[in-house]
Ligand binder design. Sequence first.
Ligand code: SF4
Length: 504
Amino acid sequence: MLATFFESVLDLIIRTSTDLAPDVRTAMKAALNVEPAGTQAAQALTIIAENIDQAASDEGAICQDTGLPTFEIRVPKGADQVWMTERILEAIAEATRRGKLRPNSVDSITGKNSGNNLGPGTPTIHFYQWDRDEIDCRLLLKGGGCENTNIQYAVPCELPHLGRADRTLDGVRKCILHAVWQAQGKGCSPGALGVCIGGDRASGYQHAKLQLLRTLDDVNPVPALAQLEAAVMATVNDLGIGTMGFGGRTTLIGCKIGALNRLPACYFVSVAYDCWAFRRLGVVLDTKTGAIARWLYRDPAHPALPMIDQAGFTRTGREVVLAAPITEEQARSLKVGDVVLLNGRMYTGRDAVHSHLMHHDPPVDLQGGVIYHCGPVVLKDGDSWRMMAAGPTTSIREEPYQGDLIRKFGVRAVVGKGGMGARTLSALKEAGAVYLSAIGGAAQFYARCVRSVPGVSLLEFGVPEAMWHMDVADFPTIVTMDAHGNSLHKDIETASAGRLETMA
Ligand code: SF4
């Protein structure tokens, strides 16, 4: 019975997590090619490109947030879906054990991480029957940063900077533009959208996510939706949000729209935002052996060409090299736009650590220290730890805590992605500290900047939420919030709001 089904699914999971599909690579290459050299967007895209190549060549996770696995599977009538589900769960656990997936399944009541990516709702598996004698198995890995930027509109509604969105395709267009604008760089732009017009609140989001299984270069078979997709893509990049919200020419690499019938009283527009680390692949399996008959989205006979042909992030000589602990004077000397190469000790901290530190002393001395918003993939290697993937996580989640922790413990630099808000900006100014943007999703690139992992605190919070001690070398970041009250994120949001108004 399907003797190699488990191996095939495991292969699919590992490949999806580590090797970006050719259509996404092509779109990201195009994004890199249109940015003028030396801009922040070009620097970020160069790191992203290098990261994509590193992940594929070393079979490492493209992004440390390997997302929630969603399987969409078509099977012949009579296929044993119970047995297949059991093998899929085993394959997910095995991929996690090998460090290809980060343990990402957290009990919503106790906060405990299951450690193996299994639990209620994890993974999501949908089976459908069809008349063909083959199994079509597709996998989407969508991470938390972009999941948090999903949005649903109940139309008609008033949209900031765009006015009223009616129950028309033009109203849908306005909702989509607003969805991209509100995401800014927080979902690791440039992103791709799956959109559903109609359905109910649950089926709308589900159908929106399914649109992400289309290739970026396909054409919608429904002419009205094809036109709408083209209209969005023709204007959306004029918003100027750019890569990671640093400004730039590419904010979106794709917009795929589907429609479901709706109740007369309801008109939902559901938007599923996916990041540049847009991980989805599929396989067609032999129904007798479970072996991979062919790959979907990629052709192994034509290996993907490297994203870049040189050494990646190149120094201009204008970088500021800093080693932790950082002094107040060093922090105050930095300005928005400076590129900083960090050296020395950094401590990871995200939701659980920040919440914990509000009521407890830190387990390490944070005076002059660097906090890295990161939930890495780390494997135990004998008595030591091996950093497998270490890109930044979305910083804005720590907004309720960050300012207090900067003031209380003397933190001088916070590294993350997507930027933070007014409370943190005011604490940076008052205490003399900076917010440094790392490039979201560049998990392999940053893992290579980690020279050693000398320790870990608060491991009881689970691997992604623990406080990892990392010694880093030449870890590149960009100052996007400084100690003088400047925020690139605030500036880009304001400028893009002005451009949004012209698209109403
Ligand atoms: S690239 Fe960014 S948004 Fe996407 S999974 Fe990684 S951290 Fe999350």
